[in-house]
Ligand binder design. Sequence first.
Ligand code: CMP
Length: 433
Amino acid sequence: MRRKHPVNEKWSWVIAVCATLSVVEIPTRLVLHYPPGLLLECLDWLITAVYVIDLLLHLRYAGWLPGISLARGQTMPVPYSKWWLIADLLAAIPFRVLPVPAPLQLLRLLKLARVGQTMHYWRQRAVQSANFLRLLFFMYWLMLLTHCAACGWLALRGLPPEFDKTTHYVRAIYYSITTLATVGYGDITPTTSPQMLYAMALMILGAGVYSYVIANVATILANIDPAKVRYREMVEKLSAFMRYRNIPSDLQQRILDYNAYLWEKRLGYDESAAIAGLPPSLRAEVSMFLNREIIEKVPLFKGASEDFIRAVAMEMRPVIFTPGDYIMRAGEPGSEMYFISRGRVEIVSADGKTVYATLGAGDFFGEMALLFHQRRTASARAAEYCDLYMLEKGTFDNILLRFPDFASHLHTVAGKRQDGNTEMIRRAAIAKE
Ligand code: CMP
């Protein structure tokens, strides 16, 4: 049975929003001494309530509440360390209304540790956007750091009467950004020893932040879309090779067009390699999902049994042909058949002059050589960019043996095609005479 846990996504969002509001509001109120309005009072009580509920939920899921059983559907207690308990407890105490020194209210910021924990969890889950999230979370922490550094500066400097509260705050933010960025224009300068020590600490922290930014942001940006980076590298290598070997420019263009098409349609990924490491049952499900487009398109698969579709889907391999490519040539031995997912394929005579048929999405070809153990009866040429799915002879023979309905349908279609071609050749010969 699955373990229930209070740290689900929505609840984590609630905690993250509350912690962010606290870290913005509490230090600002402590240094600017503005009178607490009704809205802020309500907000503070709301955050207290949320933190108390969060604490109780954790205690309950950890099985620490005497007389209260674990949550419904939960079989094992969820570990809850005493450090987390202390942090959650201190953050939940409403120090603002207690007769204690005001800075104790800052203990509410301990809840930020939960935000860090949640961010870590989100990054692990959202593997695809982990780099983007890393950048986003870094910006978040940097903004909070700037704000707290500005509040700390105000606490040390006090509030001389020449400015109003907003100007004080804006100047403090300006100071904290310039110091953290190690720019330090020198228009706001520390005058007392504690202020100098504070400024030095900020500068050292700033140097750390700066090197983190330099070292990481470029990598993060480059890795936001690793598939695109790989694709660009591959195209650059290919272009260099083609130039070096003096490949004709129209062929170069076709090769580049092919790669661009591949990138556009499939993100340049080798799907079969990506899923090769999965166990067979999962691989079958992924193949069914990936190949659902073709399975839905091919009339032959409509109404076919789940077993049959699974067997075919597992073995079909996507291939792409560019306009004018010959997919097969008349007279060659055949070792595979194709299903068309996108694009048009012309079935033509050996000399390429007579077009027997033009096939589109959902059609198949190349079955005759496999069925009748003969050479290709015609050539197949891509009339435009074609996305095809290929079924190899070994698999094809296996499937024929296992699914006689499929075999007989193919025989019927192939027979008709052969008769049609014979008839067409006969007519053409008569017309020549
Ligand atoms: P095969 O002979 O293996 O290779 C060429 C393929 O072209 C052939 O199988 C058929 O699948 C296909 N083909 C041949 N003639 C026609 C036709 N008249 N209409 C549609 N497809 C055809």
